[in-house]
Design a protein around this ligand. Structure first.
Ligand code: FE
Length: 232
């Protein structure tokens, strides 16, 4: 399997390219609009065809490349069934397997950061979106975020995966690229809580500024990044 992690410096977003050499079919997860030319070049260089582009949730900090990628490659745009974006071709639900060639991704509904947050399990890797970050968790204070739901997504779903599962988040602000479920269980400060209530209090006590691009990114991303005023 081909697995590539790409970084957008402006938003500290990780985008993942997952592909199978034999079939030449590829999936991109959490693409950033400004990086689309780079993805297209890499797909061409690796002689891959993009079949699916997917966002783990509606992002508030960057404009998605989903719509642009669909225009360029005719790929299918996919998001979870709870998304409010009506521009997607196909909505996946928990328990479903998303397939491209021989690649198979298990869909896990992990709300909390937003109510449309999903994680994707590919072999021994899990793409956790903004639900589980390296030594952190995604904020829960906008886009129908809910710290109690996030506690459930973390403790009753993601942290029940084998400890050796590799954790690939949608962002990192500290230069870390990958972790494991076991490492996060032991060393992630947000996960050292004794109860749901304790987690809710911890998350509600964070005083965070809104992301810079929030007012542009959210409406644009509900249209797969193709709102006319920001397409350029
Ligand atoms: Fe997010």
């Amino acid at each position: 399997m081909i697995f590539r992690q790409m970084f957008d410096h402006d938003s500290c977003t990780y985008t993942y390219l997952i592909a199978q050499r034999e079939s030449g079919e590829a999936i991109l997860v959490d693409p950033v609009l400004s990086q689309v030319p780079k993805y297209l070049q890499l797909l061409e260089e690796l002689e891959l065809g993009l079949i699916i582009a997917i966002d783990t949730h509606i992002h508030a900090d960057h404009v998605t490349g989903l719509g642009s990628l669909r225009d360029e490659t005719l790929c299918a745009v996919v998001m979870g069934e709870h998304t409010k974006a009506d521009c997607v071709n196909y909505k996946v639900r928990e328990g479903e397997q998303l397939k491209a060639g021989d690649i198979s991704m298990d869909v896990v509904y992990t709300p909390g950061h937003t109510d449309d947050s999903y994680s994707f399990l590919v072999g021994n890797r899990v793409l956790t979106g903004d639900t589980l970050l390296i030594r952190g968790t995604g904020r829960t204070d906008f886009q129908n975020g809910n710290p109690a739901s996030q506690y459930d997504s973390l403790f009753n779903k993601l942290l029940t995966l084998p400890e050796s599962t590799l954790v690939y988040p949608a962002h990192d602000y500290n230069g870390m690229t990958v972790s494991t479920i076991g490492e996060e269980k032991r060393h992630n400060p947000r996960l050292q809580v004794g109860s749901e209530q304790e987690y809710v209090e911890l998350m509600n006590g964070l005083e965070l500024e809104d992301p810079k691009l929030m007012d542009i990114a959210i409406p644009s991303n509900l249209a797969c990044g193709l709102a006319p005023d920001i397409k350029d």
